[in-house]
Write a protein that binds this ligand. Structure first.
Ligand code: SAM
Length: 244
């Protein structure tokens, strides 16, 4: 059988393409791309001449048997999305599952990813972290998801489109209270910016007409105060009552 390679591509800065990613894209038989025209620009830049085929959320079910047949035939395929890691809020996971089920080796390459890049400069605790991806767009569903996350103590990471950042920050403040948070904007690009502060402070920033790409990060729920056995119980109860 062939091999399925999962190849990350830059999230803005072409310099973040790895040497190994270029080598793999040059040597595979076929590149399965979320948007072939978008990927072609990247391939042209790195003088990669490999054929492409579209693989996106609307043709996943049709393409999987076709790609599996090629893999079974000994061909090598690289899967890429428009930016960053395939499968991370992007097409890919169904093909990975199908390849595993068919006994095809799956080889992931490390590389660009917006969430972890944002996290390491956020100033928030980097682990544990919970990568959520995109929240539902509808307010009701979004609020329900945020309610479910309200007691999560891990740092929370979200992707969001620029015109929803303000509303989402407000919904987060309602669900979580005014926690510390950070916005990472336009990572790896010319106007890369980090905005760090409380959810209410970030809303002031997000009040204008936002442009660019954003990762939203929010600190996790504070742990419940630990019961200290060295302090008499009555004083502990009073302390808990006092701090809520
Ligand atoms: N597969 C990608 C990855 O590994 O990060 C994510 C793709 S998802 C469709 C696109 C979202 O990722 C954007 O809406 C934004 O939230 C985030 N994102 C992608 N590139 C970014 C960048 N350069 N700066 C900040 N956020 C970015």
């Amino acid at each position: 059988t062939g091999t399925l390679y999962l190849v990350p591509t830059p999230i803005g800065n072409l310099g973040d393409m790895t040497i190994r990613a270029i080598e793999i894209l040059k040597t595979v038989d076929l590149i399965a791309a979320e948007d072939t025209r978008h990927t072609q620009m990247l391939l042209n830049h790195f003088e990669i001449k490999t054929k492409t085929i579209s693989f996106h959320e609307h043709n996943t079910q049709m393409r999987i048997p076709e790609l599996l047949a090629k893999l079974a035939n000994g061909e090598t395929i690289a899967q890429v999305s428009d930016a960053g890691m395939p499968s991370i809020s992007d097409p890919g996971k169904e093909l990975v599952r199908a390849a595993i089920d068919a006994g095809v080796p799956v080889v992931p390459l490390p590389g660009a990813n917006a969430a972890t890049t944002a996290l390491i400069a956020s100033g928030l605790p980097p682990q544990p972290f919970l990568f959520y991806g995109f929240l539902p767009r509808k307010a009701g569903e979004k609020n329900r998801e945020l309610e479910k996350l309200a007691h999560e103590s891990a740092t929370l990471l979200f992707y969001e489109s620029p015109h929803r950042v303000g509303k989402t920050l407000a919904a987060m403040q309602t669900a979580f209270g005014d926690r510390q948070a950070a916005l990472a904007r336009e990572l790896t690009k010319k106007f890369e910016t980090f905005i760090r502060g409380s959810l209410s402070a970030l809303q002031t920033y997000a009040a204008g007409d936002l442009k660019g790409e954003f990762v939203i990060m929010v600190e996790g729920a504070a742990d419940k105060p630990a019961v200290d056995v060295t302090v008499p119980l009555k004083m502990q109860v009073e302390a808990i009552v006092a701090t809520g």
